[in-house]
Design a protein around this ligand. Structure first.
Ligand SMILES: Nc1ncnc2c1ncn2[C@@H]1O[C@H](COP(=O)(O)OP(=O)(O)OP(=O)(O)O)[C@@H](O)[C@H]1O
Ligand SMILES: [Mg+2]
Length: 513
């Protein structure tokens, strides 16, 4: 019934085997008084110019996946700024440690054993070098050093926090985080850009890539699924820039979005119905506005018996259904070969007998293939794209197709959009940091050369409270019968749809009284 539709229609041990770990000759072990008079910085292995790649020997251990599961890292205040002296002492101990241990052997120990070994050696170094520290300073330093040797260094405490959505490192001295929709600067810093670069290397080496002057941009993933982008000098002028979108194991559900006020209860019902009744849906929004989260929510209402194929750049979606095939694009290798684009995936999944195709992010010519899939019996297909309004989303699709090299008249492309896309759901991160669903908009059809859309549900900003938080409400626009009414009826959801639309109007009246 809702198969092909006509164009122009109406829209990541052994026993203690630390190798002979002779602490380096305590050369002229001039007694070092207190922390304040700590010795000059001793370069670490990597700083002293040992090439981190190819992975061999020390380099290999530094580049191997961290032994410490990130979650075990202690949570420390992220705004603790430490003194220069601290970093100098740490540098000295770190340097001596690196020379004293066999990182290859260390890599074979489990996290706890490795930590114990490091603790023993660090304590020895502190004793030999006669560094005066309190027990708590020593513990803190030990945590720090373990994070450097076994994990992602200063990033560990941030990675261990669940409330952080994004971590943005702009060179060794500046680290920002996003918490609850707001960006904050932290006191976290790296020893120097070389340490940061080593951490970038460690991260990307896990996916067989490297990041250096000759290949300065790299997308990668942490073992826990977090999405990482690294761009290093000379492209990044002030030192390596590392951006991490933390992976949330427990993805938000539509109910939680209602709890957070991202959408009203009625709006959530309308979204459920859209998901259930196989409306082709585009989720639009700016960077970090919650598109992927929303797409994941929409997929929760897909029936268990449907065959779903997902195409993503980095697998973020967590579909609960049993019959799901997950596909991921592949960047070109170091020689620039072997790339598999989103378009390759979308095209291929058409040969995999999908019932629904879910595209993580549409950003190029795959838009054409997705529209075609939506139009040829894969109802209920979905995708996200970057745009600031539903209208802009539609014109973005058009320009992605045009730029993809298809020589189709723009009217034809628009007709194709109209006959394929049913609903655009707009997500936004507002200036107070809150994330809201601001539009549920239907694609109606064409009038002349123009695509006609109809807002079904909107978020209206009404003011601001004393704390600078926006006050607003979700309301229906009074459209009694959306264009996907028949479809809702076919799936037995028409009453629920009518009730949700009606009651948000009632809520509207009540609020305005
Ligand atoms: N409605 C919401 N309320 C609170 N937090 C949210 C909401 N939606 C998403 N988030 C959180 O915001 C962060 C970004 O979400 P998400 O990855 O879905 O954004 P995105 O738009 O897909 O980003 P990108 O453009 O980088 O792909 C995540 O940590 C997510 O848990
Ligand atoms: Mg996303």
């Amino acid at each position: 019934m809702f198969g092909k539709r006509s164009a122009g229609g109406t829209d990541p041990h052994s026993g203690a085997v630390i190798a002979p770990a002779p602490v380096q000759p305590p050369k002229p072990a001039a007694p070092q008084p207190a922390l304040a008079d700590a010795p000059a910085h001793v370069p670490t292995a990597s700083e002293s110019g040992r090439a981190p790649l190819p992975a061999a020997g020390l380099g290999a251990a530094l580049l191997s996946p961290p032994l410490v599961p990130q979650k075990t890292a202690p949570i420390v205040a992220t705004d603790t700024r430490r003194s220069e002296t601290y970093y100098e002492v740490k540098g000295t101990i770190f340097g001596a440690l690196i020379e004293a241990i066999d990182l290859g052997q260390l890599a074979r120990l489990d996290a706890d054993a490795a930590r114990e070994e490091i603790r023993d050696i660090v304590n020895e170094i502190i004793a030999i070098k006669n560094i005066v520290m309190s027990i708590s300073e020593q513990e803190e330093l030990l945590d720090d050093i373990c994070n450097d040797v076994l994990g992602y260094g200063p990033l560990e405490p941030l990675l261990a926090r669940d409330d952080i959505a994004d971590i943005m490192v702009n060179g060794s001295g500046t680290v920002y985080i996003e918490v609850a929709g707001k960006i904050h600067r932290t006191g976290v810093r790296f020893r120097d850009n070389q340490q940061l670069l080593n951490i970038c290397q460690r991260i990307v080496s896990q996916i067989g890539r490297r990041v250096d002057e000759s290949s300065p941009i790299c997308d990668a993933r942490l073992p826990d699924g977090s999405r990482v982008n690294a761009i290093v000098p000379p492209l990044a002028i002030d030192g390596p820039a590392l951006t991490i979108r933390k992976f949330k194991k427990d993805k938000l559900t539509l109910d939680q979005l209602v709890k957070f006020g991202s959408i009203s209860q009625q709006g959530a019902e309308i979204l459920q119905i859209i998901g259930r009744c196989r409306a082709n849906t585009i989720v639009s929004g700016g960077t970090g506005s919650g598109k992927t989260t929303l797409l994941n929510c929409l997929t929760q209402f897909i029936e268990d018996d449907e065959r779903i194929i997902t195409c993503e750049d980095a697998a973020e979606l967590q579909l609960q259904q049993p019959h799901v095939v997950r596909l991921e694009t592949r960047p070109p290798n170091i020689e620039g070969e072997g790339q598999i684009t989103m378009r390759d995936l979308v095209k291929n999944c058409l040969r995999m007998r999908p019932e629904r195709i879910i595209v993580g992010e549409v950003r190029g010519p795959e838009a054409f293939d997705l529209l075609q899939a939506m139009n040829t019996g894969h109802d209920g297909s979905m995708g996200t794209l970057h745009a600031n309004s539903p209208r802009e989303a539609l014109s973005r699709i058009e320009s992605m197709i045009t730029m993809g090299g298809y020589s189709l008249p723009s009217r034809t492309i628009r007709e194709m959009i109209c006959s394929s896309v049913d609903v655009v759901v707009q997500a936004a991160r507002l200036r107070d940091g809150s994330r809201r669903i601001t539009h549920i908009t239907e694609v109606m059809g064409m009038e002349g050369d123009v695509i006609i859309t109809q807002d079904l549900f909107l978020y209206e900003i009404m003011g601001e409270d004393a704390n600078g938080n926006l006050i607003g409400r979700h309301r229906s626009t009074g459209i009694g019968r959306p264009r996907f009414w028949d479809r809702a009826r076919y799936y037995g959801e028409d009453r629920r749809l009518a009730a949700a639309l009606d009651s948000s109007e009632v809520a509207d009246d009540a609020l305005s009284r």
